[in-house]
Design a protein around this ligand. Structure first.
Ligand code: FCB
Length: 450
C-alpha cells in the first residue's frame, strides 16, 4: 500500500440523524417522516423508524467507533428530537440522548463533530412555509443557540448545514426529497434562506462560545465535452456551486444567475442588508464529494443517476446528465480527480479557510460468504480519494481531515434501504451490525498512520 497518511490528518466516519436514529416515539416529526408516508416517495416504503435503531443501540455503535479507533465522529443533531415542534420547548429526553452520545465519544477519545441540520426540518415549520419562508432561518438560529449553549463545551467542531443544495433543490424544485414540493422559484428562496439561517446560526454559535464553526457543502464540478454546452455548464455550476460560495463570500447572488433564473423568480427575497450575515466568517469548510456532473446535449434518454435530474435545476436549459463508467449503485461516475476540482472551488472562493472532506464513500455491490462481507470496490474508492487529498496537501492545500460516508448501512433517503454505503452492514430486519472488509481496512489504515 503506497498510501501514507500523516498523523495530524484526521480520519473519521460520518452519519446523519434521520438515516440512523429511529425512535420516532422519542422525538417530534420531521418532513422526512411525512415524506416517507407518501406512497412511492421512498422506493422500498422504508420509514425513519426504526432505521438503524441507533438510539437504542447507542453503546454498541460507540463501541464500534472505538474499535475502528477513528479520530472523529461526525453526526447530526435531529432538530425535532431537540425541539419537537421546531420552536419553543426543548425535550429533556432528546437533549439527554445527545449528552450520552457526546460524552460516550469523549470517554472513548473520539472527537465529536456535529451538524445542526441534516435535512430533517420539523414538520410544523414546513407547514408554516418551510425554507422558502424567511422565518424558518430565524427558527433555525434559535434552535442552533439551544444546542450550542448545551454542547459548546464538548463538541469540537460545528457545521450549521449539510448540503443546502439538496434541501433546496431536491426538496423544493424536483420534489424527489422531502418535503416533495416542486416550485423552482420557491427552491431559489429556499437556498437563500438556508444560507441566511446558516449565517444567523454562526452568530448564535459564537455567542455561545462554540469553537470551529463552519458549513458542509456538496460542491460538484460540472464538465462537458461539447463546447456548445458552455452556457449550460455555467448555469448548473451557478446553482450547484457559485450561488452558495458567492453568498458565503459576501458577493451576493451571481449576476448571471439573476438573469438565467429570471423566468422563475424576481429574487424579491434577497435583501442587501443580509450580506454581512450571509458572509459571517467561518473557521472551516466541509465538502461532501461523491461524483461530478457530466452534461451533454439532449439526445438519448436521461441517465438514471440519483439526484442528477433536470427537474432539480431551476430554469433548466435543454440538456441531459451523461455520467460515464465506472458507476456506483447510485449511478454516480467514479472520478477521484473531481475531488481536487471541488476543493479548488472552495479555496478560490474562500481563501485561507481550512478544508475537511466530510463525506466520501460508495454504494456498490458486495459479496458475502462464510469469510465475510467483501467490498473491495468501496475500499478502492476510499483509498483513491485519500490519495488525491494527500497529493493536494503536498501542493500546499490546507486539508485537515476526511470522513467516510458512512459508518453504517442506513436509510439512503428516497432510496430507503436499497443503497448501502456502510463500512458496517446493518440488517434492516434485526438491526444486527456486521463489519465489512472495508471497515477492517480503514481500521488498519488508521492504526498504521505515520
Ligand atoms: C449525501 C448526504 C448523505 C448521504 C450521501 C450518500 O448527499 O449528505 O446523507 O445520503 O449523500
Amino acid at each position: 500500500m503506497t498510501l501514507q497518511i500523516p498523523s495530524d490528518f484526521e480520519l473519521g466516519v460520518a452519519t446523519a440523524a434521520w438515516q440512523i436514529e429511529g425512535d420516532l416515539a422519542g422525538r417530534g416529526r420531521s418532513i422526512w417522516d411525512d415524506f416517507a408516508e407518501i406512497p412511492g416517495a421512498i422506493v422500498d416504503g422504508a420509514t425513519g423508524d426504526p432505521a438503524c435503531d441507533h438510539v437504542h443501540r447507542l453503546e454498541e455503535d460507540l463501541d464500534l467507533l472505538a474499535w475502528l479507533a477513528v479520530d472523529a465522529y461526525r453526526f447530526s443533531f435531529s432538530w425535532p428530537r431537540v425541539m419537537p415542534t421546531g420552536s419553543g420547548p426543548t425535550s429533556p429526553e432528546g437533549l439527554g440522548f445527545y449528552d450520552r452520545l457526546v460524552d460516550g465519544l469523549l470517554e472513548r477519545g473520539i472527537t465529536p463533530v456535529a451538524t445542526l441540520y441534516h435535512w430533517d426540518l420539523p414538520s410544523l415549520l414546513e407547514s408554516a412555509g418551510g425554507w422558502p419562508a424567511r422565518d424558518t432561518a430565524y427558527r433555525f438560529a434559535d434552535y442552533a443557540q439551544v444546542v450550542a449553549e448545551r454542547f459548546a463545551d464538548r463538541v469540537d467542531r460545528w457545521a450549521t448545514l449539510n448540503e443546502p443544495w439538496c434541501s433546496a433543490f431536491l426538496g423544493y424544485c424536483s420534489g424527489t426529497f422531502a418535503p416533495g414540493r416542486s416550485d423552482a422559484g420557491d427552491s431559489l428562496a429556499a437556498i437563500y434562506h438556508l444560507i441566511l439561517g446558516h449565517g444567523l446560526a454562526v452568530e448564535r454559535l459564537r455567542a455561545a462560545q462554540a469553537r470551529n464553526v463552519g458549513i458542509v457543502l456538496n460542491l460538484i464540478p460540472v464538465v462537458a465535452d461539447d463546447l456548445s454546452m458552455e452556457p449550460v455548464v455555467r448555469h448548473i455550476d451557478g446553482l450547484q456551486n457559485r450561488i452558495v460560495l458567492d453568498l458565503l463570500a459576501g458577493r451576493g447572488v451571481p449576476a448571471d444567475l439573476r438573469e438565467s433564473c429570471a423566468s422563475v423568480t424576481d429574487w424579491a427575497f434577497v435583501r442587501d442588508e443580509d450580506t454581512p450575515v450571509l458572509s459571517a466568517p467561518i473557521d472551516w469548510l466541509g465538502e461532501n464529494y461523491y461524483t461530478i456532473y457530466r452534461v451533454a446535449p439532449v439526445g438519448e434518454a436521461d441517465a438514471d443517476a440519483i439526484g442528477q435530474e433536470t427537474a432539480a435545476i431551476p430554469a433548466c436549459p435543454p440538456m441531459r446528465f451523461a455520467p460515464r463508467e465506472p458507476l456506483t449503485d447510485m449511478g454516480w461516475e467514479i472520478l477521484p480527480s473531481g475531488l481536487e476540482s471541488a476543493l479548488r472551488m472552495a479555496t478560490d472562493a474562500l481563501p485561507g479557510v481550512p478544508l475537511w472532506v466530510c463525506e466520501n464513500g460508495a454504494a456498490i455491490p458486495e459479496v458475502t460468504d462464510e469469510t465475510g462481507i467483501h467490498d473491495q470496490v468501496r475500499t478502492d474508492y476510499v483509498r483513491d480519494h485519500l490519495e488525491v487529498l494527500m497529493r493536494m496537501r503536498e501542493k500546499g492545500f490546507d486539508i485537515r481531515g476526511y470522513y467516510v460516508w458512512s459508518l453504517l448501512d442506513n436509510l439512503e433517503w428516497a432510496s430507503g434501504w436499497t443503497k448501502k454505503f456502510g463500512i458496517v452492514r446493518v440488517d434492516p430486519a434485526t438491526g444486527e451490525r456486521t463489519v465489512k472488509d472495508s471497515a477492517r481496512w480503514y481500521r488498519s489504515l488508521i492504526a498504521e498512520r505515520g
